[in-house]
Ligand binder design. Structure first.
Ligand SMILES: O=C[C@H](O)COP(=O)(O)O
Length: 262
């Protein structure tokens, strides 16, 4: 993000889904609809095996959509079978990666320390981290939402205490775990409040020196509710799972979000 990003940021996360055929049909649809995504920063996060293919496809079709990875390994190279490094992403010109998605935290036991290391690694390589954080249902029920967010932010801030610009050139995706894939999106007013909480943390930590730092919401976002979130202050965009898998729905989300002035 060398120059200021144009908001809103709409990120589709295909998770463990997709084929070459699906990608062809998805981007062809977008192209045919002459989608007005010029205004948005639109990103599609794909399984590693499709990154290069998708990158070439959007370039060939001249579509204004960036391609992101969904994860990186904690190492840059070496005997780590099955992993993909930040160096490899950079080698194929990928500029974004999701870090610390709730599904990585849960299914792959990634803790705050691992995620903080990945965050730093991607920043060192000039790859924009899309850092996911958020509380689970139990933590929410116990009133621990802010405490959890704080511990996740502190893990990043404390990995290099001298670096008071660590959150610059990054995207934070606040995703309450209970809302992911549940069709139970969060209350947009609450999201505004929590995004403001996150932003204030970063402003204070960096002593107002914030630049190219964005906070987006994820969790059961669809074409009906997307603008309820985007209309809120300090909501710079959305991270969308299920609804990004359907080209027509994702297209509608992009068209709708383009009408928002941020
Ligand atoms: O990465 C996307 C989020 O996990 C949200 O997924 P969802 O839109 O299917 O709830």
């Amino acid at each position: 993000m060398k120059k200021k990003t144009t908001l809103p940021i709409i990120i589709g996360n295909w998770k463990l889904n997709g084929t070459k055929n699906k990608l062809n049909s998805f981007f062809k649809f977008i192209k045919d609809k002459s989608l007005k995504i010029k205004k948005n920063l639109t990103i599609l996060a794909l399984p590693n095996i499709y990154l290069n293919y998708a990158q070439e496809l959007v370039s060939k079709l001249n579509i204004n959509c960036k391609i992101s990875a969904q994860n990186i390994d904690i190492h840059k190279q070496g005997p780590y079978t099955g992993e993909t490094s930040v160096n490899m992403l950079s080698d194929i010109n990928i500029k974004y990666t999701i870090i610390g998605h709730a599904e990585r935290r849960y299914y792959h036991s990634e803790n705050n320390d691992i995620i903080a290391k990945k965050f730093i690694l991607s920043k060192q390589k000039g790859i924009i981290p899309i850092l996911c954080l958020g509380e689970n249902q139990l933590e929410k029920d116990c009133g621990k939402t802010e405490e959890i967010i704080l511990s996740q932010l502190n893990a990043i801030a404390s990995i290099d205490k001298q670096n008071k610009t660590i959150f610059n050139n990054s995207i934070i995706a606040y995703e309450p775990i209970w809302s992911i894939g549940s069709k139970k999106s969060a209350d947009p007013d609450l999201i505004q409040q929590l995004h403001t909480f996150i932003k204030n943390y970063v402003i204070k930590f960096q002593n107002f020196n914030i630049d190219n730092f964005y906070i987006i919401y994820g969790g059961s976002v669809n074409e009906e509710n997307v603008n309820e979130f985007l209309n809120k202050k300090n909501v710079d965009g959305c991270l969308i799972g299920n609804a990004s898998l359907n080209k027509k729905i994702f297209n509608n989300i992009l068209v709708k979000s383009n009408k928002i002035d941020k």
